[in-house]
Design a protein around this ligand. Structure first.
Ligand code: NAD
Length: 487
């Protein structure tokens, strides 16, 4: 497996250790082995990365967008060539089954290809003015330096989703790697270097949120902070930025508690297959995972049985044919088991799972877990768990389903299973979220489409898609007057 025994920072196109040599352990979720020592960064490494970004940003901003895009095109090609290497890194860091690890490499390459094309479009608009001899238009300006704060669940897609659009838009980027998936961002730096990205435009700093993330977010030179992670940390980041002496744009991509509605006219076999995929792919560690299955009363028992049959057949492990890998850490596993036990102690019934899989210990594997009977107001129904746990809820009818679907503080994704075009359209209109899937899983729009949430799931921005240009550029309105008498 291509995993180094030491994971450094990546600054100014070079691997660098921490000043003072401090490190922390990286453990593999598959077997709990310490696979690497990771450089423990802080304010000094952040300052180094920011000054290297500062020195490179101006020339890059003046490079024509199609030329910036061409470098992303080369990065796409290199990603495809290095699928095996990146797949192995992702698997060592997260323990994902192989097909899920390499799927991330493919979708990241697809995104780079899409963003390359955006360099040639780079949309602004021209509009008529009511004033004679005046032209009004918008152009996109780079922001300068982007801070990108990473989650752990899809390490390569997480970096690609932010860094490709940010670079295409003419910015320098400093990534704060997730402490549990540190090497992906370093391998990504080497890939960008090989693709021809000028030195200094991309850095990755290792370390904890408070040590390495906070000084990055608090630095006035950072013009856009793009954060993906939990709603609690997202709110903290927004607060930190608002306390700076110079404000910055803050893009928050946060958690979800995503409803999966099964109506009485649904294809129940298809719905059961996709409920399992929604809940358990990546061990439920997806912002878009289907953690609330809301089922019409009249088909509840049949759907429940179909679901439990599939859950019983799920292959848990990290091999080529497995479907559900481990969770990211021992701490996550212990927390999830305790949260499920807590829900049971408050009246929920455990239908499947609920515990660590002893045969796969010391790997952090949790049996796919299904609960029923939890109150919609219970914390297990209200808070994102970020693990292989889903809950079944009964609903009376369509209105009741919509009420339950909207009944949390989150609003990321939602799915409805129905053969009624009318119900599907009404759900699209009435579910308050950033993505609705009809007869599908709770995710799956693709890297060329905008993604993001409402309420505690986000603050209005969308990444990636063309809409990510709105995160990483400022629109400048240009007013041009001319005088036909001076020809
Ligand atoms: P987290 O909030 O614990 O950590 C995210 C990042 O923030 C980490 O890199 C962490 O080091 C950093 N951080 C923590 N404290 C900080 C501080 N004080 N200052 C600066 N940075 C700080 O989230 P996580 O558990 O790593 O990731 C899982 C979460 O991410 C889930 O809630 C999931 O739903 C969400 N997520 C959302 C999306 C989306 O697109 N909406 C995608 C993937 C994951």
């Amino acid at each position: 497996m291509s995993y180094p025994s030491f994971v450094p920072h990546w600054i100014a196109d070079a691997e660098v250790p921490s000043m003072g040599g401090a490190t922390f352990d990286k453990r593999c979720p598959i077997d709990d082995r310490v696979v690497a020592q990771v450089a423990r960064g802080g304010a000094a490494e952040v300052a180094h990365a920011l000054s290297s970004a500062d020195g490179a940003a101006e020339a890059w901003a003046q490079t024509p967008a199609p030329r910036r895009g061409a470098i992303l095109g080369r990065a796409a090609q290199l990603l495809r060539e290095r699928e095996q290497e990146f797949g192995e890194i992702i698997q060592a860091e997260t323990g994902k089954p192989w097909k899920n690890a390499v799927a991330e490499v493919g979708s990241s390459a697809d995104l780079a290809t899409f963003m390359e094309g955006e360099g040639s479009r780079f949309y602004g608009k021209t509009m008529p003015s009511p004033i004679p001899n005046r032209t009004v238009q918008t152009v996109r300006s780079p922001i300068g330096i982007c801070a990108a704060i990473m989650p752990f669940n899809s390490p390569l897609a997480g970096v690609a989703w932010k860094v490709f659009p940010a670079l295409l838009c003419g910015n320098a980027v400093v990534v704060k790697s997730h402490e549990l998936t540190p090497h992906t961002a370093v391998a990504f730096g080497r890939l960008l270097k090989d693709a021809g990205l000028p030195v200094g435009l991309y850095s990755a700093v290792q370390g904890s949120g408070p040590d390495a993330g906070a000084p990055l977010v608090q630095d006035n030179r950072v013009g856009v902070v793009s954060f993906t992670g939990s709603s609690a940390t997202g709110k903290l980041i927004q607060k930190m930025v608002s306390e700076r002496s110079v404000l910055a744009k803050v893009c928050l991509e946060l958690g979800g508690k995503n409803p999966f509605v099964v109506c009485d006219d649904a294809d129940l076999e298809l719905a059961a297959d996709l409920a399992v995929a929604s809940a358990f792919i990546d061990a439920g560690q997806r912002c878009a995972s289907g953690s609330r299955l809301i089922v019409f009363d009249s088909v509840y028992d049949v759907f429940r049985q179909a679901l439990l049959d599939r859950v019983a057949r799920m292959r848990v492990g990290s091999g080529p044919d497995d479907e559900c890998g481990p969770v990211i850490s021992r701490a996550s596993l212990d927390r999830l088991v305790a949260q499920v036990a807590g829900a049971v102690s408050r009246g929920a019934t455990l239908l499947a799972g609920g515990s660590a899989i002893a045969a796969l210990a010391p790997g952090y594997y949790m049996a796919p877990t299904v609960l029923e009977g939890a109150k919609p107001s219970d914390e297990v129904s209200q808070h994102e768990l970020f693990g292989p746990v889903t809950c079944l809820y009964r609903c009376r009818d369509f209105d009741d389903a919509v009420r339950l679907a909207n009944g949390t503080s989150y609003g990321l994704t939602g799915a409805i299973h129905t053969s009624s075009h009318h119900r599907a359209q009404a759900f699209v209109a009435r579910y308050r979220g950033g993505l609705v899937s009809v007869n599908g899983a709770t995710f799956g729009a693709g890297p060329h489409m905008p993604f993001g949430g409402v309420k505690n799931s986000g603050n209005g921005f969308r990444e990636p898609g063309t809409e990510s240009l709105d995160v990483y550029t400022e629109l400048k309105t240009v007013v041009i007057n001319h005088n036909p008498e001076r020809l």
